[in-house]
Each structure stands twice: as C-alpha cells, then as structure tokens.
Design a protein around this ligand. Structure first.
Ligand code: SF4
Length: 471
C-alpha cells in the first residue's frame, strides 16, 4: 500500500495487544473468592477465557451478562442483574468484579448506577466492584491498572467507598495491623505467579509482610486439589485490601502510570500511607534499588542468602559477556515489561535497538527516555507505542536483530525471518510453564540471563555448517 491509501490506513495488522477486560479479569482473579463478570456479549468472555487458559493452563471462570440484539437497543441493566445473581447463587463468591466491554460502553450503560441499585434491591449480596474498561481506549495493561485502582478505591479504608466495611470491622483491622509484622503494600504490573511468590519470600526474609494486590500466585498457578473448589483458593483477601491504608508504606513496582491510576498515590492522598515507586527489580541495578528501599522501610538488612545470589549473578554477567556484548535485540509487550527488559538488556551489554508496545498510553516512550541509558551503538533505539506486528515486521527486517524478546504472538515474525524468539510476558500459548518464568530479583535475572545466552548459542549451533559442540 502506498500514497494516500497508506496515510489513511486505520486497521491494526496483527495487533500487539489484548483487550482491556482481559487485564480486568486478570486483576479480579487475584482477589480471594472473586469471580469476574464481563458486561457485554458472550464472545468477549470466551476469548479472554481462551487466552488465559492456554497461558496459565488452569481452569478460568469468567461470567458474562450475555448481550443480545435487544440488550443493545434497550440497555443491559436487567442482563447484568441476572448475571450477578446467577454467579452469586452458583459460586457463593465473596466478591464479584464487573468489567464493562466495548459494547456496553458504546451504548452508554451506567454500570456504577446499576450496581448501586442492585445493592439496594439485594442487601445480602457480596461485595461488587465495577470498573470501566472500554477496549477501544486501551489494552490489557490499562484494563489491569484501572481495575487494581478500582479495587483499592472501593475497598480500602473506612470512610471512602461503599464497600469499605463498618466502623467495628475497621477497628478490628487496626488491632490486627498493630499486632503483626510490619505490612507493606505491593502494587505490581502483570507479573508471573512465580515472581509474586518471590516478592512475598524476600519481604518475609526481611521481617515484613507483603500485601500484594492482585495476588495470582495460587489462583492461577495452584497445586492439585483434593476436592473440587468452585473458586480456586488463594488471592488477596478483602480484609487485606480494606486494611491497606494501615500498612507501613506502599511500594509501586514498575509504576509508569499517571497519578490518577496509581493505587499507592490514592492511599497516600486519602490516608497518608507513604508510597514509594521504582521500576520492576530486574537486573542488578534495579534489584539493588529495590532492596535499598525495602531495607529503609523495614529497618532490616538484606539477608546473606540474597547477597550470595547477587554474587552469583555478577559472576554470570562476566561469563556471559562474550556471548552478549553488542547483540541486537528487539523487545515488545506490556510497557512495564518492555521498560524493565530495556534496562536489563542494556545492563548485560546488549543493544536494545527497537522496543514497541501496542499500548497507546503514552507510557513507554517517556519512561525509556527518562532512564538516560547511553546507547550501546551509534544509532539511538527506536521506541514505538500503539504499534502492531505488521509495522514492527518491516522495521525488524530492516534492522536485522539477533534476538526477539516478547510474547508468543511474535512467533510468525520469528519463523519468517529466522530470528530466535525468547518468550516472555503475556500471552505465551506455544510454550509450557509461563506461570513459572522468573524475571524479578537477582535470582530471576539469572534465570533470564541463562535463557538469553542459551537461545543465542542454540541459534549459532543450528546455523553452523559443521555443528560445533563447544561454544
Ligand atoms: S469486543 Fe471489545 S471487549 Fe469484547 S473481546 Fe473484543 S476488544 Fe475485548
């Protein structure tokens, strides 16, 4: 396509994004006893279920208010009420998270009002948390962050939000908070269950208690059950969210968000809970910074075991240098993942020459520019937002990288160009163990480093005419 036709071309060719309610469903899945309901047509829930099941390899229940032609004309209040009551009666959840979809947003359904009216009609209902997620405004990333914000602003504290709990309940929470280890709120982007477990482990090792929101470490990566559970066990409890304003502080990791999307900022503004932000702790620099903040808040030093992990990582950096220095890499996916992998690949001497995301949020480019990392090569890296795979492929063919790092949606480009793809982020449909991939902390960086070096070695070996066995 060329000329005026190309200028006016509006469609996305193989988009590098999923939809906002998917991010909302991910966040709701990290709340204990929660079932997500999507207010829209059944297809939205089916697509999201399919994507999440093949990534996490776990059963995923997501309900729908099941729009049809008449709903589109007369509005979806009745459908939503029926969907909520069906879910409530069938699953006995503690929370029902309600996310809108393109269709319900386009016809202008006022879901906040529907929820208020339903609560008045059915006072015995569980907690309902509505969130507006029109997919034409953003990606799974924006949907996820909006939902986490909505969960906190509906539940945390005593005097803000209709589901915040009674005064007596709040007094109980205050007593519990005073009698236990210092609690620290963690607000993370869409990281793996294994990385969430790492956050909890290192916080405990430093004599703190991590209140992680959302916590999908068991709900989306649990073990075998001895008996059937309608809702997978695990997740952040409603009581923990309600008590978040009483924590020592909040840590927002990978927080590239504007203030009005930041739950930590909201807690600080309404309750004075201090909030500290830093990038995702990926690589030595990022993890050093993370532990410095954690030590200051908790008043304890970094345990020897973790320092030994750091030493091992430094040694591996030195060993890997000859395989990695100057290697050109393309990184794509969610903004926070791409930003942290940009820092990491720069730190290990690679050249991240092209980074892109499907998110239109205006988040990735300023975040990478702010890092002020000097480029490894003469050419400055190209950072694109709202980018699809069709556009990215032309740039990749032109810049000829050694490696692609991103989700499995880039496989076709990898296959066509012969450039190896290291799968990370979401979705990963064509490899096993996505839930258990590690990236955070010294130990996570070591796993990532090993994978990067090995995929480059494998490529070199495969391309060799003689098939070296010693690389
Ligand atoms: S219609 Fe909108 S909300 Fe539904 S699946 Fe498609 S993009 Fe997502």
């Amino acid at each position: 396509m060329s000329g005026a036709a190309a200028e006016n071309y509006q469609a996305a060719g193989n988009p590098c994004r999923q939809c906002m309610p998917l991010g909302a469903s991910w966040a709701f899945k990290g709340i204990e006893g929660c079932i997500p309901v999507l207010h829209g047509s059944q297809g939205c829930a089916t697509y999201i279920r399919r994507f999440m099941i093949s990534h996490f390899r776990e059963p995923i229940d997501i309900a729908s208010s099941s729009f049809d032609e008449t709903t589109v004309i007369f509005g979806g209040q009745e459908n939503l009420e029926q969907a909520v009551m069906n879910v409530f009666n069938q699953y006995k959840p503690e929370v029902i998270g309600i996310a809108t979809t393109c269709l319900s947003e386009t016809i202008g359904d006022d879901v906040e009002r529907f929820v208020r009216e339903l609560r008045m009609k059915e006072p015995g209902l569980c907690t309902l948390i509505p969130v507006s997620t029109p997919s034409y405004q953003g990606t799974q990333e924006e949907g996820f962050h909006r939902t986490v914000f909505s969960i906190v602003s509906h539940l945390a504290g005593a005097d803000v939000g209709s589901d915040a709990g009674s005064e007596n309940e709040q007094n109980d929470l205050e007593e519990q908070a005073e009698s236990s280890l210092p609690a620290l709120n963690f607000f993370l982007p869409m990281v793996t269950p294994a990385d969430i477990r790492w956050i909890r482990k290192v916080t405990a090792a430093m004599k703190g208690e991590a209140l992680i929101l959302p916590d999908i470490s068991d709900t989306l990566d649990g073990g075998l059950w001895n008996e059937y559970n309608a809702i997978p066990p695990g997740g952040t409890s409603v009581d923990h969210v309600r008590s978040m304003h009483l924590s020592e502080a909040s840590m927002e990791l990978g927080a590239l968000l504007p203030d009005d999307w930041r739950p930590g900022y909201w807690l600080q503004k309404h309750y004075g809970t201090p909030t500290l932000s830093c990038g995702l702790p990926v690589g030595i620099d990022g993890t050093d910074h993370f532990f410095k903040i954690l030590s200051e808040i908790l008043g304890s030093s970094v345990p020897q075991e973790i320092l030994e992990e750091r030493n091992r990582l430094c040694d591996a950096y030195a060993d890997a240098h000859k395989y990695l220095y100057g290697k050109k890499v393309v990184i794509y996916g969610d903004s926070s993942t791409v930003e942290s992998l940009y820092r990491f690949t720069s730190e290990i001497g690679m050249n991240p020459l092209f980074c892109f995301t499907g998110s239109p949020g205006g988040i990735l480019k300023p975040a990478i520019e702010k890092l002020e990392i000097p480029p490894v090569a003469d050419e400055a890296p190209l950072i694109l937002e709202d980018c699809d795979f069709a556009d990215a492929e032309d740039i990749i063919e032109d810049r000829k990288p050694d490696l692609l790092i991103g989700n499995s949606k880039g496989y076709k480009i990898s296959r066509r160009t012969g450039i190896p793809l290291l799968r990370t982020g979401f979705p990963i449909h064509d490899r096993f163990g996505a839930s258990r991939q590690r990236m955070l902390g010294y130990s996570g960086a070591l796993e990532l480093l090993d994978r990067i070096v090995n995929i480059l070695m494998e490529k070199k070996q495969d391309d060799s005419e003689v098939g070296y066995t010693y690389l």
